[in-house]
Design a protein around this ligand. Structure first.
Ligand code: IZC
Ligand code: ZN
Length: 423
């Protein structure tokens, strides 16, 4: 006897082949019309058509024939834990002051560092919880969380400990990344190498306490060079971490090529990736995590060359880049719309990018981002008639219900009672 049987108009089943989907394969997406998914003991026990499910017994049946059912979304690049906010920068943006200029003047990341240092661990936890709840109600069941607003031992560890505690208490599964190399703090100005050594010296403690699986660096003009980033990430790799990089986000420095060369698990942003970088992505296992919300919010017209990447055979994932400066949104559904309009990705590519490929980008391809018998039941029921509808109808939340490990965590008739569109 199943615990729950969900009947839906369409069920989205991203392919789980043991690795990220790349190139043309990204355009393949299985859809079961008049589908059904059965859950028992928190795990998926049945996937098929409603007709095949007719003889199954279940304690509870959700009749959602007009709706869409998918795996829980995966958001593979967020700066979840931070103090304060940066709405004061919006006026600067309107005046045309560039992101890197605000940073060079001691604002931007530095302003969030100051606020994060001043915020008590409990308060950071509460704030993280608030944002995580919003992510969950928007359909995310697994996501990454970076540190990087401490730039000193005490605060970096504080951020990572908050993320660990949130992972233990909140339904969303969090994967932690150490981004101590996010900017050069005032006391290390002009001494980037000494600062990177200081951050590397934290790795053994981070590893011992299980505080992060990945190490990341902001490779950008005025922050860290490609060469500094390479040395730093190679040392992190040797220390046993998976590595990631913020590469070619604003200026095209060549971080994309370097990421492929050193075997980064993901290279993120890639707006200014060179032709050679795009070619190398197609031949490496490094996943291109694209963040069109950031390009949009920075007011740029040129977006990451997603079509070229897919043509070259690369594996692409999508993410919000949720952070208080360059992308203050938890809404991955909006990113799906930007991917359609600005990256010219197809609905099938977009779905694979926020599920299976996003999961591989954070080392969770075996447990998240797809539907398979025996996998834990992380599911979203959407108030939409088909999978193409979400990128199309933008800026709102289409979630009707969310299950995490088979447990209904959103849509018990409370939060969503007011806006369910159809029966
Ligand atoms: O706080 O501005 N790009 N890091 C690199 C960010 C954006 C986050 C921020
Ligand atoms: Zn970022």
């Amino acid at each position: 006897m199943l615990d729950t049987l969900i009947l839906a108009g369409q069920v989205v089943v991203p392919k789980s082949s043991g690795e990220a989907l790349r190139g043309k394969e990204m355009n393949e997406l299985s859809i079961i019309d008049n589908g059904a998914v059965g859950i028992k003991d928190g795990v998926i026990e049945f996937i098929g058509t409603a007709e095949e499910a007719a003889q199954l017994q279940a304690k509870e049946t959700i009749e959602a024939e007009g709706k869409l059912l998918s795996p829980g979304l995966v958001d593979p690049h967020t700066h979840l834990v931070f103090g304060g906010s940066r709405e004061h920068e919006l006026a600067l943006k309107q005046q045309g002051v560039p992101y890197l200029e605000i940073l060079a003047q001691g604002g931007g990341i530095h302003s969030t560092v100051k606020a994060t240092r001043e915020t008590a661990e409990d308060d950071l936890y509460e704030k993280g919880m608030f944002h995580l709840n919003r992510c969950l109600t928007y359909g995310v069941t697994t996501m990454e969380a970076k540190s990087g607003y401490g730039l000193d031992k005490e605060t970096e560890l504080k951020q990572l400990r908050v993320a660990k505690q949130l992972n233990e208490t909140h339904p969303i599964d969090l994967v932690s990344t150490f981004l101590g190399a996010h900017a050069i703090p005032e006391n290390y100005k002009g001494r980037p190498d000494a600062f990177l050594e200081e951050m590397l010296s934290l790795l053994s403690l981070i590893s011992k306490e299980g505080l992060a699986e990945f190490v990341d660096i902001f490779c950008e003009t005025g922050v860290f060079t490609v060469e500094q980033s390479k040395v730093f990430l190679q040392k992190a790799k040797t220390a046993g971490f998976g590595v990631k990089i913020h590469a070619d986000e604003i200026d095209p420095l060549g971080g994309t090529e370097m990421a492929c060369e050193i075997g980064a698990v993901s290279a993120d942003h890639l707006v200014g990736a060179s032709k050679e970088g795009v070619r190398m992505l197609g031949e490496s296992d490094t996943i291109a995590v694209l963040l069109p919300g950031t390009t949009f919010y920075l007011g740029k017209d040129h977006f990451a060359p997603a079509r070229d990447m897919i043509s070259s055979g690369a594996a692409v994932a999508l993410s919000t880049d949720f952070n208080p400066g360059s992308s203050p949104t938890e809404n991955l559904q909006f990113i799906m719309t930007l991917a359609a309009l600005k990256l010219k990705m197809t609905p099938e590519e977009i779905w694979n990018s926020v599920t299976v490929n996003a999961a591989y980008a954070i080392g969770r391809g075996d447990v998240a981002g797809s539907l398979e018998i025996g996998r834990r039941a992380d599911l979203v029921l959407w108030d939409v008639p088909n999978y193409k509808y979400i990128p199309y109808h933008y800026g709102v939340n289409h979630v009707n219900k969310v299950w995490k490990n088979g447990k209904l965590v959103v849509g018990k008739g409370d939060i969503h009672a007011n806006y369910t569109l159809s029966s």
